[in-house]
Design a protein around this ligand. Sequence first.
Ligand code: AHR
Length: 328
Amino acid sequence: MKKKVLAGVALLGALTFAAAGCSSSTGDDGASGDGGSGDVITVGFAQTGSESGWRSANTESMKEAFSADNGFDLKFNAADNKQEAQIAAVRSFINQGVDAIVIAPITVDGWDDVLKEAQDAGIPVVLEDRTVSASEDLYASWVGLDFEQEGKTAGEWVKENFDGKGANLVILEGTTGSSAALDRATGFAEATEGTDINVLDSQTGDFTRDGGKKVMEGYLQKYGDDIDVLFAHNDDMGLGALDAIEAAGLTPGKDIQIVTIDAVHDGMQALADGKFNFIVECNPLLGEKAADLVKAVLAGETVEKKTIVPDQSFTQEQAIEALPTRPY
Ligand code: AHR
């Protein structure tokens, strides 16, 4: 597809892009790789980072869907969970005159200006995974998950198993200000409202194993074996917490029951091993849908503003059954 910016701006963009640590599926020179045929769609994908197993599976799904075989030249940037770096990557994609931009926004807020810049440059934006607070008019479409429902499903499990027992709960929150953390917290609070479950503490572990481990170590020091149940906003934080619980001489899954979200392989293994008690799925395989949306938008077709990919949930028995055929 034809480039939309002046050569000088493109050169500046390419330099910024290289500095931002971007990579291209067809080379590092910032060229579209279409050999001038006009058929290849150049897409800049601004990923959050590589904080979790879910994120790895999502990146793989995106790279597969936006492959050269499927007619794309993908320029990929992972922002190491830093909002400023992600916005800089999007600006760099705009400067290079890509045909379309896909963003997995780290946080909800802060997108208005750069989305407007993309719109002014005539570059459509498709969001995947998380949502933004900016006006819907500033992006073409979004494909992702119902995070609020995920939190609600986790909360319903906790309510079913702990209401009426005066149980003590601790929470490991995802990245502060991300729609995944905000909406899961809302859904969980809604489902557990009116119960006698006592929330001892709730802090962010930034969706990482290290973060989950560190925060859980703090909880264990402060509350010891008073903790009955842990809700972690993702598997990785739950897995980090497992290490902390075992190091404290307690048995995860028994002394402290654990509910998480994602259902990636390591989380499902912990569930099958009896160390986790319940997992709500968050499907990371969004690449194909995102690629279809980009093609449709560029073809001038009318697309849905929101596409929600369905999730399921797993008990320990269901995890044992599902693990052998789990794709991620
Ligand atoms: O936005 C989806 C969340 O981001 C996943 O639950 C988490 O693992 C990831 O980092």
